[in-house]
Design a protein around this ligand. Structure first.
Ligand SMILES: [Fe+2]
Length: 293
């Protein structure tokens, strides 16, 4: 059988769950980075060969930083019915809890949620253990997209839920912490782009894209794959580049990974955290400040 490209090289699944504390740091981690970088990935269990990359069970990799130290790394499968082979289609219809939950991980209203496009979100605790499927207190009546957007002014979470059955598409708005919960909006009508229309208070407009002459590149080296970089604003920053980019490098030659903290303006490396294993190439992730959980 031909090797599946999504199960080889950088995408070779991790075979177990580990936890490690007191990670080695090169350089100086900014002490204001207090929180966790969490990435999601499709990582089927040993012996399982999904027919598509996106059908592999979700595994989250987390690195917790606090006061200039890298406190821990851990990786955990998202424990859903799909991890135990429960089918998406059942005799009673779609099982929205049969999620691989391997596309994204976000925080909303104090909850950490692992997402995929076709199911309910799955709540995780701060140490990445699975709590269970989350349906916004019964108000979520469809799948939830894995690509929701937070309104930076109100804190509301905007997302759509799609279904092959009527009403096909629902636009939901979930209240910020301490506010009202998810309420459906505009059922059966296509919603507009899920990006928010307002600019963050005090930040530049997104039209301020760098000109080609200011393009900057950070080279990670041969046989190395960076994860999707996550931007973390610096305390008191007012511009779009005032902060840090966090990315996890999969290094095939060394069979290892490092978390790089780059200056978001010049892309210079500020610090690197040595991780105890190579982190599988994944999809999306988030920086979750301690103040949000
Ligand atoms: Fe995506």
């Amino acid at each position: 059988m031909t090797a599946k490209p999504y199960l080889t090289g950088h995408y070779t699944p991790a075979v177990d769950e580990i936890s490690a504390t007191g990670l080695t740091v090169e350089g100086h981690l900014p002490p204001e980075l207090n929180g966790g970088l969490i990435h999601n990935s499709h990582n089927p269990k040993p012996g399982v060969t999904p027919t598509h990359w996106f059908k592999g069970s979700g595994m989250v990799h987390g690195i917790r930083l606090r006061n200039g130290r890298a406190e821990w790394y851990r990786n955990r499968w998202v424990r859903t019915p799909a991890l135990e082979d429960a089918p998406y289609m059942t005799g009673r219809g779609v099982d929205l809890t049969a999620s691989v939950a391997g596309t994204h991980v976000i925080e909303h209203a104090g909850r950490l949620l692992a997402l995929c496009e076709t199911n309910f979100p799955f709540e995780l605790d701060a140490e990445l253990e699975t709590v269970g499927a989350y349906d916004f207190d019964g108000k979520l009546r469809s799948a939830m997209t894995a690509h929701p957007k937070t309104d930076p002014v109100t804190g509301e979470l905007h997302f759509f839920g799609s279904s092959p059955f009527p009403p096909y598409l629902i636009h939901y708005i979930a209240g910020a912490k301490g506010r009202s919960s998810t309420a459906p909006r505009s059922p059966a009508r296509p919603c507009h782009s899920s990006t928010t229309s307002r600019s963050p208070a005090g930040t530049s407009s997104s039209s301020k894209a760098p000109s080609p002459s200011t393009r900057r590149v950070h080279q990670v080296g041969d046989a190395r794959l960076p994860s999707e970089a996550v931007f973390v604003p610096a305390e008191g920053a007012t511009g779009e580049e005032g902060g840090y980019l966090l990315t996890v490098i999969s290094d095939l030659k060394q069979d290892s990974s490092r978390l790089l903290v780059l200056d978001a303006s010049g892309l210079e490396q500020i610090a690197a955290v040595h991780l105890p294993r190579r982190v599988t190439g994944g999809i999306h992730g988030s920086w979750i400040p301690d103040t949000d959980l």
